[in-house]
Design a protein around this ligand. Structure first.
Ligand code: SF4
Length: 414
């Protein structure tokens, strides 16, 4: 019997900062996407200066990982000024590709920065192979599919185009058709398609049926008589259970959403998907999803998970009309800076309050997890302490099992 050999897809992670870029790659991402200071859609995501980009590219390339820059805003007149310089600098820094939505920016990039690969942003909502072939003929090397595409459509697209395909596998969804929303523009005068979305769909509203037209206005939650706030928020996407089908469909790059997410979120999600992808490719016939992988995903803050548009149109179950139905059970508390195997002492940087006597979970790349009760710790002067209350405080602690630099610590919320 012949064994099927699958093409290994790229695992692509979000990186809002240099620290997140390094974390994502350390935990197993094959590539990361970042934003520059201009032309992106995440104005508040901690975008990269050219200096940070250079450091990020060097870090990534040393580890055979790639870095893409999102420049996917829709440009109004004059927004595109200076884009040629931007793309040239990005190319000269060694960035592997830019993710673009606006044809004006594509044209400027192609003419002013030849040699720099262009990927089509999901903002262009490419969901059929004719569209992908159009962009391939225009010189693009990859299309990020719209989140609204189904698995069946992806298979058909794959069979009819040779351009690289990138698809979302985890993270937040829009209640609107991606890239076609102006809710934030109306509610807060912040343009979602020029990097300003303030997630108005996730706010809480009061919903009324009032007798007269004049009275039919939306008022905020908390008004007298409103017990349950109303929201239009979609639940998140999570495709962990479907990794074999995703790989068999021939998707080249599996994308995790969330340039504004924390290092706790990025390290955990990348770790889990890395494990699932590698396990499947190692032995597709005996592959089985493990309960501990999905349990791990519930240790981070996220909404409930669904398969988005992959298998069916989302129903009301995929909406969060009210409060979140599931809350995170763990809190991120620190990162290991150093570990001495001779003394079994770990040096840790605090990110959230923790104290002696609490059960702490350490985790590292490859899903190396262990829990222990914190027995003793010391501050940076060597004085024994009971609590680590200060953000970024450096403490040392005795650990019962080996840990490694960049392992993370979390604690269970009671
Ligand atoms: S307001 Fe909500 S639906 Fe609209 S773009 Fe922002 S996140 Fe998406």
């Amino acid at each position: 019997m012949t064994k099927t050999i699958y093409k290994k897809p790229e695992l692509l992670a979000p990186a809002g900062t240099l620290e997140k870029l390094k974390t994502a790659i350390h935990y197993g991402a094959d590539a990361v996407y970042i934003g520059g200071n201009d032309y992106g859609l995440r104005k508040r995501a901690g975008n990269f200066s050219f200096e940070d980009m250079a450091e990020g590219v060097a870090f990534a390339h040393e580890r055979n990982a790639k870095v893409y820059v999102a420049a996917n805003m829709i440009t109004h007149q004059n927004d595109e000024k200076g884009a040629g310089d931007f793309f040239r600098q990005v190319r000269d820094l060694g960035i592997d590709a830019v993710i673009v939505s606006d044809p004006a920016l594509m044209q400027i990039c192609a003419s002013e920065a030849p040699g720099l690969d262009i990927h089509l942003s999901t903002q262009q909502s490419a969901v059929n192979y004719e569209t992908l072939n159009f962009w391939q003929e225009a010189g693009l090397t990859r299309c990020v599919l719209g989140r609204e595409v189904s698995m069946q459509e992806i298979k058909e697209i794959r069979a009819n185009t040779s351009i690289e395909i990138e698809a979302f596998i985890h993270g937040a969804m829009c209640i609107s058709y991606s890239g076609r929303c102006t809710l934030s523009n109306h509610m807060a005068n912040r343009d979602a398609n020029r990097g300003g979305c303030c997630q108005s769909c996730r706010w809480h509203y009061g919903l009324f049926e009032l007798p007269s037209l004049e009275q039919k206005i939306m008022v905020g939650a908390g008004e007298p008589g409103i017990k349950e706030p109303f929201s239009m928020s979609a639940v998140d996407m999570g495709m962990l259970d479907y990794i074999p089908e995703i790989i068999e469909a021939g998707i080249d790059s599996l994308k995790i959403e969330g340039r504004m997410k924390s290092i706790h979120y990025i390290s955990t999600v990348v770790n889990v998907y890395r494990k699932a992808i590698d396990s499947f490719l190692e032995d597709p016939e005996h592959y089985q999803i493990k309960q501990e992988w999905s349990d791990e995903l519930w240790k981070i803050a996220q909404r409930e998970l669904s398969t988005g548009f992959y298998y069916d149109e989302p129903s009301e179950k995929e909406q969060l009309f009210g409060k979140r139905r599931r809350r995170p059970e763990y809190s991120f508390i620190g990162e290991v800076l150093d570990y001495d195997p001779d003394t079994a002492i770990a040096t840790v940087q605090q990110r959230n309050n923790f104290k002696v006597g609490e059960t702490i979970e350490f985790y590292g790349p490859g899903m190396r997890n262990h829990q222990e009760i914190l027995d003793k710790m010391w501050d940076d002067t060597g004085e024994e302490i009971e609590v680590a209350p200060h953000a970024m405080q450096i403490v040392t602690m005795k650990v019962s099992q080996p840990v490694a630099k960049h392992d993370m610590l979390r604690k269970h919320l009671k």
